[in-house]
Design a protein around this ligand. Structure first.
Ligand SMILES: C[S@@+](CC[C@H](N)C(=O)[O-])C[C@H]1O[C@@H](n2cnc3c(N)ncnc32)[C@H](O)[C@@H]1O
Length: 257
């Protein structure tokens, strides 16, 4: 059988041999860790993930402060990026979180009921179970599309970018927050943590073998910033930029249709 590196143009968990089997494996993996996903995220990132979501949301204040803005948070998982966007919204944009794992969306809804019962000022986000590669929306629907730590898991990166560009209105913006591979001496130390320690801790806490070895592999497979920016431009997203967060452990890609 040919290697998944050749046959899958995006994320390829172990055993995946084409786009459909890769997507299925990703969905099953997130569904299996959904109950412990939030805890693990915060432990493994030492809570820095919260700063990254907030910083990303702040970048788009100019859109989030428009009351009629339509915002889509792709691969929203348990909703933390979506909630950061909603906290940054001064008025009431229409905010939608989309994910293809029902179990992850159930956690997002449980958190929403906690957070929004006392805060009617901001319109609560709504959730939709949908595949980021086949979005059930008409073209030019959204002013802003974001994705935090989700895009890297798509089984076809170029198709994901084309779908983002399709649903953005002309002038609309996108923000893709994801892990990167930090360079220099810090990168050497970080890789020991990311490739050796994190998979062990993740496997122990989640009780599920697989997802936390997949994580460093998926970052290794993900295009470097220069290549990702070229892919964004090819998909019709101009003014493409990448801003490293925390020494390049993560970073935000931005583009405009
Ligand atoms: C690492 S989690 C990120 C969740 C959240 N955005 C966060 O920052 O914590 C990745 C999410 O992407 C979702 N995902 C992966 N591929 C997807 C696809 N093709 N369509 C929709 N969701 C997808 C998974 O189900 C999972 O919930």
């Amino acid at each position: 059988m040919s290697s998944p590196r050749k046959t899958v143009p995006g994320a390829a968990p172990e055993g995946a041999h084409d786009v459909d089997s890769a997507a299925r494996a990703v969905r099953e993996m997130f569904t299996s860790i959904a109950p412990r996903y939030d805890l693990l995220n915060h432990v493994l990132s030492l809570n820095i993930d919260r700063l990254w979501w907030r910083r990303t949301a702040r970048t788009f204040t100019h859109i989030l402060s428009q009351s009629d803005a339509r915002v889509l948070d792709l691969c929203c998982g348990t909703g933390d990026m979506t909630f950061a966007l909603s906290n940054q919204a001064h008025r009431s944009p229409q905010l939608l979180g989309a994910d293809f794992s029902h179990a992850m969306l159930q956690r997002a809804q449980a958190k929403l009921l906690d957070q929004f019962s006392e805060n009617p000022k901001t319109k609560a986000p709504r959730w939709i179970e949908a595949d980021a590669l086949k979005l059930p929306f008409p073209a030019e629907r959204f002013d802003l599309v974001t994705s935090a730590f989700g895009f890297r898991n798509l089984a076809d990166y170029n198709a994901g970018l084309r779908e983002i560009a399709r649903v953005l209105r002309p002038g609309g913006e996108c923000g893709i927050l994801d892990f990167s591979d930090p360079k220099g001496p810090f990168g050497v130390i970080y890789r020991i943590y990311f490739k050796r320690i994190l998979p062990r801790v993740g496997t122990t806490i989640s009780g599920v073998r697989g997802p936390y070895s997949y994580l460093p592999n998926s970052v290794e497979r993900f295009p470097e910033p220069g290549e990702m920016l070229a892919r964004m431009r090819a998909a019709g997203l101009r003014e493409a930029t990448w801003t490293p967060y925390t020494f390049g452990v993560a970073g935000l890609y931005r583009g405009k249709k």
